[in-house]
Every structure is written in C-alpha cells, then in structure tokens.
Design a protein around this ligand. Structure first.
Ligand code: ADP
Ligand code: MG
Length: 722
C-alpha cells in the first residue's frame, strides 16, 4: 500500500486496547437521566403532579403557575446531575436534531451568580430560526422560530466528558404558528388517527375507549469504519459514502457476516452505546451483525410513536458520538459502498390503546378479529391510495441508491400480508364468506386468523411494506432518516381510511345489518377497489415491476425527482388538510425543503467527484504512467521491451475521467431550470449518471495502478480492518 494508507493501517494496528471498565448493572442505570413521571412525582406536590400528569397524558397545556413549579423542580433535578445549561431540542426538516443551549446562570447586582429557570423559559424558547430550512414559510426578515416544550416526551440529561445539559424535547414553529419541524405533524397525525379510530370502534360497539397511539419500533442499520482509514477518504467525511472504489476480491458473497460473531471492538462499542441509551430510558433490545462486512444493526423495543421518534434521533446521535470515542466513523448513509448491501431503517408500526389493545393483532376472539380486519383493511386501502406518498416520504438522494436496487424494497409501494391473511382478504373480496340471512352465523375467515401462526420464517424480504404478525413493517425507510415522516404518512393515511370505513359502517349498520355483516360488505368493497396493492410475490423481479404498473396501475417512482412532487398532488394536499395534519402551505414548504436538500446533496457529491478525480485520482494515474514510461524507455535502451497495453489502458481511462468530470462541471453550472422539478430531474438523469461514468473510469484505474501509488484507502481496507 502507499504511504498514506500504510500509515493509516499502522495507526489502526497500534490502537491501544480498550480499557476494562466496571460493568454497571441495568437497575443502577435505567432511566437515571430522565425526568419522567416517577421523578416528577417525587419532586412535586400532589396537585402539581396531578396537573402535569394530565398534561403528559393528554397534551393539554399547563397553567403558568404549575409550569413555574415544574420548571423549578426540573432545574433542581438537572443541577443535582451536574447540568449547568438547558436546551430545547427540536427536529427541523433536515432529519437532524437541533439544540440551542442556554445557561441556568444569571448574575445579580452584587456580582453573585444565581440560577434561574422559569415556567415560561421551560415552555417557550426562541432560537433564531432564520438558518433552518423553512421552504419560504417565513420571510427571513421575520425569522422568528419558537420552540415549545412537548410535555409528552420527557426531559433528559445529555452528558459529555466534562459537562451535562438538561434537554427539553420541543416542537418548532413559526411565529404564525406553522410547523417548521417533524414533531408537530407527528402529534397531529396521531390525533387524527385517534379520532378516526374512535369513530370506528364506537360504531363497532366499543364503549370504553382509551386514547389511541401509534407505536413504533425502528431497526437501525449502520456501518463502522476505522477513523484512521475513514479520515483519509474525503468522500466518507463529506458525503457519508464512497464516491469511488473498485469492488474488493471478497465482498458479502459468503454470507459470513450476517449474525456472525460480533468483533470484540465493535461489541465494546455497542455496549457503550446501550449503556448511554439505558441511562436515557431508551430500551435498546437487539444488536447484531448485518449482511455486509462492517455493517451492524441496533433495534430498541417499540414505544409510543412520538417518544420512539425522539429516541430514534438520540440513537442516531449516540451512535455517531460513541463511534468517535471508539475510533470509528459511524455511517448512517443508505449506501456507503457500491456492490454491498445498503442500510435501511425498518419502521415497525402498529396502533392501539389500553382498552382495545393492539388493533393490528388478530387477537384470540372473533369480535376482536372484526376490529383487526377493519384496521388491516384500512392499511391496505391507505397503501393503495397513498402508495406514492409513502414513496415520497422516504425520498432522499441517499435512499435512492437503495430502493429498487435488488437488495432493498422496490420503489413501487405494495403491501405484503402473508399467505393466510392474504387468503382471508381474497375470500372477503370474492364474497366467499357465509352470512346467514338472519344475520347470525358468519365466517369472515375468522377461524383461519385465530389459528394465525406468527412464523418469523414467513417473511417476504422483498416487500416494502409487510404485515409481520401484529404490526406493519415499513421496510423501505432510509437509515439516515427521521422516522417521523413515515409515521406521519402512515398515521394520516390510516386516519383517512378509518374515516371512510366509519362512513360506510354507518350506512350499513343504519340498514339494520349486524356488525359482522356490515364489516363483510365494507371490506368487500374496499378490497374490490384497493386489493391490487396486496402483493405476496417477489418484489425484486422485473415481472413485478412491469405487472405492478401495467396490470395493477401502481406507480413506480424510481427517483426522488419522481417521488417528491407527490407532495404537491391534489389528493395528497386534500389528505393532509382534511385530517388537519398539515396545511397546504406547510405541505408545500416540505416539498420545497426536501427538493432543495436533494439538489444540494447531489451537488456536493458532484463537486467532490470532480475534486477527487482531478486532484487525487488523475495525478496518481499520471504519476504511475510516467514511472512506467521512464522504465520502458530505460529497458528499451537495453534492447528489451515491455508490453505497453497497461499504460495505454491507464492513459485512456485517465483521459476519459478528466473529460467526464469536465462535462460534469459544465452541467453543474446550469441554472436555467423551469422549476424545481426540472432541476431535480437534471440531477437524477444528467448529474448522477455522469458521476457514475466518472466513477467507472476511476475504478478501472484503481485496478490498473500500482497498489503502492493508490492514495485512497481501498474497499478491502475500509470494510475488513477493525
Ligand atoms: P426483525 O429483524 O425480525 O424484524 P427485530 O427484533 O430486529 O425484528 O425488530 C422488531 C422491532 O419491531 C422491534 O423494535 C420491536 O419492538 C418492534 N415491534 C414489535 N411489536 C411491535 C408492535 N406491535 N408495534 C410496533 N413495533 C413493534
Ligand atoms: Mg425487521
């Protein structure tokens, strides 16, 4: 290897071994850094606690006097943990977690430092929002964004090596009250789903109905690369993925990484991550190797969607920060390495409450199965009506590399039910169910569902949206994404479908039908119109890609340039407006922000391709070619000769590389686009293919140029050195 690379490798090999730390039992660390209801109960008077508990459970605003009491208790608790600062944490449209820190400290006239934290500081913060993307929601001269405490998600302590900060989960909105964040729509979508589900359950004869919540269990995949190697790859540092790199001799063909023994260094890292998460009350539950070398997964136990979404953001930041402490770069990018599996984030999702339980669980009695069938039917209808929206909420420049790439779900949204449940819905659709005329006996395939086997082997890995026994698993979500967007889309489409179902049930029940009969009629109609979204076959196959579009009328939206404009389509605007989740203006701002992010991230990558091609790869090729030329001339003077084929291949590819990045530079200069969509299409159909073309020449050079002259760490080094 060349000098830079061998130095990096030496540094990795000389890493000091991890010290042995004392292992703390879970009971000593679990949720110690969270100001949850239990801690509030200890710290507050009975009345104050009662008020705050109500707020936590219902989201109702807290009266100012109680807010002051809660703020004081929260401050005391945080300061006893060493916190000197507090921060409202919020979730702008960038998928990141944003924080602005303020000290508790103020000084009084005689120079003494005292601390202060009032209810109004707790409830409302005012970061200057001007540099957060808002899609023209606020004019920059009126750049006031407010953060406001979300009491349904507990405050917690963020620790660094020598400090601690009280973190207050918050919403982020404009001064006109429009959502600039990912949390507000999530809360609203849950409320919409709750209202619609309540209607259906009431019609189905339920009388005691506790608040309904969506639940979410996200599985996070990621890669780890040693920092000594990673820091020598500008593309990994700036773009989070390799823009160049020839395939290594060995990849993932032996399937020897998946569920293999976890390397000790990685396991130390994982346990460190989990210890930090446990302190924050985040129930990390599984960790294992993933398919590609250097790829791993962490999955916490599922929680209420709003909390799970906040926790997921903490998981991502903790993975990154802890990786740095362990000498790794953690890559959350969807496709860091060409030719190897990318990373996804399976979003497991269900809805339920304390009285009716999980409504996507078939349960053990036929009455509950009727509810189950209705909710499941509502999901099928939602995926069919709003499949393009589900595609749009996972549309990013990075996730486009994964979707439809034969290792990840296709960009066509269909729903997988498993053989048994698919047969039940098929029978309902074909009227193959017995309903006796007196409204008594009937079989909705209930006996089949009662015997439902939750067989984990019964999985269709090729489906983007799969029923997995008691939940749906949205498998096409990208690893670097916030889970909020997908959750909002799922909750909202479910709300809309449940409202439709409630309307239909009202009609049927009004005609004197029994619950079972009414359900049969409604679901039959639902399946006749929307059943084409159900697909149990191979989602990777080219036959499906054709049939889905030609025969079933589903839409294939391969790139973000195709998918993001869905946010502006009338039925989607209508969906969000009618459910009260996003106004047309808020929705449009999302279209603008996500489009801009797509365009920007491709522009950054393209500039990097040009830079690396011209200043790193081309010079290496040139240098090696000139060494060969010198040697050849010298050898010729001795009367012998070398075959010059290789030097010709090098020259040819180096020239083509330079010409291609020249073309790329020219295309990047273009700004004469009719609209954002046209600009995105240019990125997808011109910029990206040119980047790929340049990569092809560069990767050929990597396989021709002397290893000792190749400056960028190679795939084999990035993937296999731990
Ligand atoms: P697999 O890899 O087999 O899909 P994992 O155990 O890695 O399964 O992850 C499954 C995830 O689904 C976990 O986060 C789990 O808590 C979550 N989950 C289980 N049941 C539900 C449910 N009813 N609603 C939402 N999430 C659930
Ligand atoms: Mg899964």
């Amino acid at each position: 290897a060349n000098e830079v690379r061998s130095q990096a490798i030496t540094e990795v090999l000389n890493r000091p071994a991890a010290g042995t730390e004392e292992i703390t039992p879970l009971c000593d660390t679990w949720a110690t850094d969270v100001f949850n209801l239990a801690k509030m109960e200890e710290a507050l008077s009975k009345n104050a606690f009662k008020a705050v508990k109500k707020t936590v459970q219902t989201g109702e605003p807290l009266d100012p006097a109680t807010a002051d009491i809660v703020a004081a208790a929260m401050k005391d608790w945080a300061m006893s943990k060493g916190a000197k600062f507090f921060s409202h944490v919020f979730f702008p449209l960038t998928n990141i977690t944003a924080e602005k820190h303020d000290g508790f400290i103020i000084t009084n006239g005689d120079g003494h430092a005292i601390t202060e934290f009032t209810g109004s500081l707790l409830i409302k913060g005012e970061p200057d929002g001007s540099s957060f993307p808002n899609g023209s929601l606020r004019m920059t001269n009126a750049a006031r964004g407010y953060t406001a405490w979300d009491p349904t998600s507990p405050a917690y302590i963020k620790r660094t090596a020598n400090g601690a900060t009280l973190m207050i989960p918050s919403v982020f909105m404009s001064w006109t009250g429009e959502s600039l964040d990912k949390k507000i729509p999530l809360l609203r979508s849950n409320a919409a789903m709750d209202a619609a589900a309540r209607r259906v359950l009431t019609l189905m004869g339920e009388t005691d109905i506790a608040p309904l919540n969506a639940s979410c269990g996200p599985e996070q995949e990621y890669f780890l690369v040693d920092e000594h190697l990673a820091t020598r790859r500008p593309d990994l540092l700036l773009a989070g993925r390799t823009l160049f790199g020839a395939p290594p001799a060995k990849g993932q063909e032996f399937d020897d990484h998946y569920f293999g023994a976890i390397p000790e260094r990685v396991q130390n890292f994982m346990q460190d991550v989990e210890d930090k998460l446990y302190r924050l009350g985040i129930p990390a539950k599984t960790h294992h190797n993933e398919v590609a070398p250097g790829q791993f997964e962490i999955a916490p136990y599922h929680e209420t969607a709003n909390i799970a979404a906040d926790h997921q953001q903490i998981v991502m930041t903790t993975l990154k920060a802890t990786a740095a402490e362990h000498g790794f770069l953690c890559l959350l990018h969807e496709k860091p390495f060409a030719g190897l599996n990318g990373s996804g984030k399976h979003v497991n999702w269900s809805v339920g409450n304390e009285t009716q339980g999980n409504l996507l669980d078939p349960g053990t009695s036929p009455e509950h199965n009727l509810n189950f069938l209705l909710f499941c039917g509502a999901v099928i209808r939602g995926v069919h009506k709003f499949g393009p929206l589900l595609r749009a909420v996972i549309a990013t420049a990075s996730n486009d590399h994964r979707l439809g790439a034969n290792e990840a779900p296709p960009a066509i949204l269909s729903v997988y039910l498993g053989d048994q449940l698919e047969a039940v819905f098929e029978n309902i659709k074909n009227g193959k169910i017995s309903v006796s005329s007196d409204g008594g006996e009937m079989d909705l395939g209930l006996s089949q569902i009662l015997n439902f086997k939750r067989d984990p082997g019964d999985r269709n890995r090729t489906s983007p949206f799969a029923f997995t026994g008691n939940r749906f698993e949205f498998r096409a979500v990208g690893s670097s994404q916030s889970v909020s967007g997908p959750l909002v889309a799922m909750n909202t489409m479910l709300a809309e479908s449940l409202n439709w179902i409630a309307d239909q049930l009202e009609v049927q029940l009004g005609q004197g039908k029994t619950h079972a009969e009414a359900v049969a009629v409604v679901l039959k109609e639902l399946m006749e119109v929307h059943g084409s979204a159900v697909f149990g076959g191979d989602g990777y196959s080219s036959e499906w890609h054709e049939a889905a579009v030609a025969e079933r009328g589903l839409r294939n939206l391969p790139t973000s340039a195709d998918a993001l404009p869905v946010f502006t389509e009338p039925d989607v605007v209508e969906l969000f407006e009618s459910t009260g989740v996003l106004s047309a203006v808020e929705l449009n701002s999302r279209y603008e922000v996500y489009s801009e992010q797509y365009i920007n991230s491709i522009a950054v990558e393209a500039k990097l391709v040009i830079d690396l091609a011209k200043t790193v790869i081309y010079p290496a090729a040139l240098k090696y070619a000139s060494e060969l030329a010198t040697t050849f001339t010298a050898v010729e003077s001795l009367g012998a000769s070398f075959d010059a084929t290789q030097v010709k291949v090098i020259a040819e590819n180096a020239n083509l590389l330079l010409a291609t990045v020249g073309e790329l530079s020219a295309e990047l200069e273009r700004h004469d686009f009719a609209d954002t969509k046209a600009h995105m299409e240019h990125c997808a159909t011109v910029i990206r293919p040119l980047m790929e073309k340049a990569r092809g020449y560069a990767d050929t050079l990597e396989t021709e140029v002397d290893d000792a002259a190749w400056p960028l760490p190679k795939y084999r080094e990035l993937l296999f050195i731990k």
